[in-house]
Design a protein around this ligand. Sequence first.
Ligand SMILES: Nc1ncnc2c1ncn2[C@@H]1O[C@H](COP(=O)(O)OP(=O)(O)OP(=O)(O)O)[C@@H](O)[C@H]1O
Length: 229
Amino acid sequence: MNISRLRIRTQQKELVDISFNISSSLALVGQSGSGKSLTIKALLNMLPESMKMEIEHDSDFELAAGETLAFVPQNPFTALSPLTKIKRQFFVSQERIKKLFSEVGLDEGLLERFPPELSGGQLQRVVIAMALSHEPRLILLDEPTTALDPQSRVLILDLLKSLQSEFGFKILFVTHDMNSAKILCEDICVIKNGKVIESGKMKDILHNPQSEYTKVLIDANFASRSFRV
Ligand SMILES: Nc1ncnc2c1ncn2[C@@H]1O[C@H](COP(=O)(O)OP(=O)(O)OP(=O)(O)O)[C@@H](O)[C@H]1O
C-alpha cells in the first residue's frame, strides 16, 4: 500500500508531510513529537477537528476504520471496558470468537472473565483478536508492547509476525523502539518533526544509517535494552 503523500496541518502550522510504502510490514520510527500518532489518526480518519489533512494513496485500497483497517493501541489495560465480560466486547459470533482466541493463543475460559482479571499480555492478545475479527487488510499498531514486560513484549511481536504470515494483512508499526521495530518489520521509515529522514529495508538502515538522528535512535535503543538485539 502506497501513501504517496500525507499532509496534516493546523491553521498555524504544518505538522506532518510524509510519504511511505507498506509492502508487507513497515515501522514508522521517530522520537516523541515526530508525528507518529497523528499519522495513525489520519489513516483512521480520527484527527481532531482543528486539523486538516490531505492524503493521496493507491486507488485500490479504501481506508475504512474497523473494516479494511484495524488498530491495536498502546495500552491494553485501557482498551477494553473493565466491567463487561470479554465475550461481550466482540461483535462476531461466539464460534468466531473461540476461533480467534485459539489463533492468538488464549484459553477460551478467559471469555467469561472481566478485563482486570487478565494480565497485560493476555489483554493485548484479546485486543489483537478483536483487530483480526473483521479480517483487515492493514493493522495499525501504536507502540502495542510498551505497557508490557520484556518477555511478553517479544511474545506479542512474535505472535503478530506469525499471524501476519497466516492471514496476510499488512502492518504499520509506530514506535520509537528500534528493538521492537527490528523484530516485527521488514522495512522502516524514520521521521522527525513530521518529515521523512530516511527509509528503506530495516537491515540496511540498521547496518548503515545515513543520518545522525537515526544513529541516535538506534544507539539509544540498543544500549538500553537487553532482550534480543
Ligand atoms: N491536538 C493537537 N493540536 C496541536 N498540535 C498537536 C496536537 N496533537 C499533536 N500535535 C503536535 O503534532 C506533532 C506530532 O505529534 P504526535 O502526537 O503525532 O507525535 P508522536 O511522534 O506520536 O509522539 P509520542 O511518541 O510522544 O506519542 C507534535 O509537535 C505535537 O505537539
